[in-house]
Design a protein around this ligand. Sequence first.
Ligand SMILES: [Zn+2]
Length: 296
Amino acid sequence: MALISILAVIAMTAIAGTPANAGSPRVIASIAPLHSLVASVMADVGEPALLLSGPVSPHDFALAPSDVRRIAGADLVIWIGAPLESFLVKPLSGAGERQLGLLGMPALDALPYGSGGDDENRAGPDPHIWLDPVRAIAIVAALQDRLARIDPENAATYRANAVALSDRLARLDETIRTRLQPVASRPFIAFHDAYGYFSRRYGLQAAGHFAIDPQRRPGARTIARLAGLVRTGTVSCAFVEPQFDARIVEAIDADRLLRVGRLDPMGFDLEPGPALYETLLNANAEAIADCLGGVR
Ligand SMILES: [Zn+2]
């Protein structure tokens, strides 16, 4: 410990008077759950900026000129990947080590969208990797690694923060597993196809969804299929999301058979910061346990 402190002092002395290295790195994270993980890893060093800070879906977002300038001035931009934040592909082309797109990393084991929908356009990997706490541990390792590389003098802090956060995420995974185990076999309908990784992790039965993408209205075939699942009693629980018009549920539930819960894949309702990620995952697990647990 003493040796590390001495080395840190030597390292800081070595960069003293080098304005380019002064202060903490300017880091931008695209979406709130990712920003939360970055904020935890950067604790005691600096605070990352959040790109999508309003109640806006990354599936339908366009950069303002001020965002483009912020991105150009950042030391590191952390995002999921082109299937989610297509608006970042152009500004980050040629950014090299100044960008970290997580979806392509082998450790994250990105998978195709699951079955259960009638959407035609399902090419490419499912980008909703952050909704799985075990994959979040792999995200944290990647964040620590890249931050240590662009800001070596704070590498020990990033490492200590990453270890502590990974421990918390492992406990979160256990808590959610315990909470969902009694209801895992009961099928549900989600608003958009965001819960493939979460469902696989905890053995949940996602029977269908209204849309692959929040901005696409469900077609007549999708509505008819989902209404059939409700009418036959196959599904008794559906989840709305903050960015959707919840009245769409009425289209598949003429007889009011469904229990309706609410899932928030992005943390729209939460204050951005280090606590958001765990709060978000716990709230979603709680909503699923409540809705499925109340069935019949
Ligand atoms: Zn989504």
